[in-house]
Design a protein around this ligand. Structure first.
Ligand code: GLN
Length: 447
């Protein structure tokens, strides 16, 4: 049924870069045979799952929506792909994204722009826009994405689905094509909180192939989910970014706080004094790490190589010049600049120090509250094309999401209403490190 929906409607949505029809049907049949034979089945038996195209799949094209990796076929599965296969999930396709996950609208994809299933003139968000749209459009009940500065939560908010960014280190990054390694995390998109919790049970946990993977017990996230949290203290920032916050988003956030109050929660105003530096800090650290991570695309080890060049240096330059898009080049230049001697102290090192202050703010805040509620993005889904010529405007919209990545804490976006022109608005909840269970339960209370 999902494959049929994709075949009939994805030409309008552009959620997928590739669809693995044959292997999906084969897996579905295999699961069916197991079922009839009475054999034990995995937790996701027969459930179609879509994967962002920066997650490596053995034998299946993984492009990162870049010309650089247009023909790249990984010889191995990412850790989470192994886990999903072992859980008997049916992997149906690879979803569109911004090139190397750099962007907020999928407009930086080298191949196509994903549209918002609620209104195709609007962006699905990004960078995991294809995964969010796939779930919202009914192409797959579940999808996986990656979140470096909001790339799961922002498209989830734009598309009216649930999107979770786990604690840094909760889910192995083995086989996730790196953007900014100290910020990247894989997480689920789902129609509701329960489904997101189920995916977390499968993908979370220690993996020795990712040295930052945490050796922490993985709770059965679905088991306590229906239990409302007692004496819940919900923190919120008063007067948060008064300017630039869309009225309808502010109203939806205030309404959501009222819902928690009516459920018996206590609303506690908190201070995050360094939150205003999140975007500036993020746009030093993420491009710095990207400039280093993307050095591997040299036309030799991986990916695209130019046809015409004079010598080795020229071959590097021509290959990278032809295969990377504008935004990727912009990030590489920004990052190389802030890491260069003479500027390192003023930019990169300074950003690392501010990052610590941002993290301290959250540690402080979580002394007095259990979760923090905020908007996900300053506006509902913007129109396609609205920000393409203004990268800075696009960056500034990451104000509410980047803090979770900089401080490593988990965050979730859940549907919280609609704008007057019928575009979804999300609510973000944040919790202390490794408290996904609390986060999911608090989110489930709201549903
Ligand atoms: N919009 C942010 C950026 O462009 C976040 C991207 C992400 O989380 N991958 O970097």
């Amino acid at each position: 049924a999902c494959l049929n929906e994709i075949a009939h409607r994805d030409n309008n949505i552009n959620a997928f870069l590739s669809v693995q029809q044959e292997s999906a049907l084969e897996k579905a049949r295999e699961v069916d045979q197991k079922r009839t034979a009475g054999k034990p089945l995995g937790k996701l038996a027969g459930i179609p799952v879509a994967l962002k195209d920066n997650i490596c799949t053995e034998g299946v094209n993984t492009t990162c929506a870049s010309r650089m990796l247009e023909n790249f076929v990984p010889p191995y599965d990412a850790h989470i792909v192994e886990r999903l296969k072992a859980a008997d999930a049916v992997l149906i396709g690879k979803t569109n994204q911004d090139e190397f996950a750099m962007g907020s609208s999928t407009e930086n994809s080298a191949f196509k722009t994903t549209t918002n299933p609620w209104n195709t003139a609007h962006a699905a968000g990004g960078s995991s826009g294809g995964s969010a749209a796939a779930v919202a459009a009914g192409f797959a009940p579940l999808a996986l994405g990656s979140d470096t500065g909001g790339s799961i939560r922002q498209p989830a908010s734009f598309c009216g689905v649930v999107g979770l960014k786990p604690t840094y280190g909760r889910v192995s990054r083995y086989g996730l094509i790196a953007f900014a390694s100290s910020l990247d995390q894989i997480g689920p998109f789902a129609r509701d909180v329960t489904d997101a919790a189920l995916v977390m049970e499968i993908i979370a946990g220690k993996d020795h192939r990712d040295t930052t993977s945490l050796d922490a017990a993985v709770p059965e996230f679905t088991s306590e989910l229906e239990q409302p949290l007692e004496n819940l203290k919900v923190g919120y920032v008063e007067h948060l970014q008064e300017e630039g916050l869309h009225d309808e988003v502010r109203e939806a956030t205030l309404r959501a706080l009222d819902v928690y109050k009516s459920l018996g929660a206590e609303l506690v105003p908190i201070k995050l004094p360094h939150a205003k530096y999140c975007v500036a800090t993020y746009y030093i650290i993420a491009p710095s790490e990207a400039s280093s991570n993307l050095a591997r695309y040299d036309g030799v080890h991986y990916g695209y190589r130019a046809d015409h060049f004079e010598n080795m240096i020229d071959m590097y330059a021509a290959s990278r010049g032809e295969a990377f898009g504008d935004e990727v080049k912009r990030r590489i230049m920004l990052g190389t600049y802030s890491l260069s001697s003479g500027y390192y102290d003023a930019y990169y090192l300074k950003a690392l120090k501010v990052r610590r202050l941002i993290r301290n703010d959250f540690e402080q805040a979580f002394q007095s509250v259990d979760i923090i509620a905020s908007p996900v993005t300053p506006t509902p889904a913007f129109a396609i094309g609205e920000h393409v010529d203004d990268p800075l405007a696009m960056y500034l919209a990451d104000i509410f999401t980047t803090s979770a990545n900089l401080s490593g804490i988990p965050g979730i976006s859940i549907p919280a209403g609609f704008s007057e022109n019928k575009l979804p608005i999300g609510l973000q909840l944040l919790a202390p490190p490794l408290e996904e269970e609390r986060l999911l339960r608090a989110a489930r209370m709201f549903e």
